[in-house]
Design a protein around this ligand. Structure first.
Ligand SMILES: [Zn+2]
Length: 137
């Protein structure tokens, strides 16, 4: 069964399932990633591709991994392990709470410096308390 293509208007959009090769922006990686067992739709006429939500999510997670950054779920897991709210975590990291919330929701990507700091918190949960104490001494 074919669906209408939003790009060319022909009823030539077909469901695809299999290995999907995704090409990254040059600055991120020159090597494409292959996502096995992926679902997408492709127009047989104009070649336009529509990725399934689950494939988009897999690509996004892989993007963080390639960049060497924690995924939004990993950032959230770090915070909940500390028993902090988003606002408390933002204060501890010294960033705006809106910025912090965007990293957890995947609406923006944390810098490498912030990522390093969050990783330090994961490895050494007392590190922020120790830093705060050193500021006061
Ligand atoms: Zn088309």
């Amino acid at each position: 069964m074919s669906l209408q293509c939003a790009s060319c208007g022909n009823v030539t959009m077909v469901d695809q399932h299999g290995d999907y090769s995704y090409r990254w922006p040059e600055e991120l990686s020159r090597k494409p990633s292959v996502f096995r067992g992926a679902d997408w739709r492709e127009c047989r006429n104009c070649g336009v591709v529509l990725l399934s939500p689950s494939l988009i999510e897999r690509i996004e997670i892989k993007r963080y991994k390639i960049a060497g950054l924690l995924t939004p779920a990993e950032v959230k897991a770090a915070r909940t392990r500390l028993g902090l709210t988003q606002v408390q975590m933002a204060r501890q990291l010294g960033v705006g709470d809106k910025s912090y919330t965007r990293w957890e929701n995947g609406l923006s990507i944390q810098s490498k410096a912030i990522d390093t700091l969050i990783r330090a918190v994961i490895l050494f949960p007392d590190v922020l308390t120790a830093v705060e104490q050193s500021r006061r001494s």
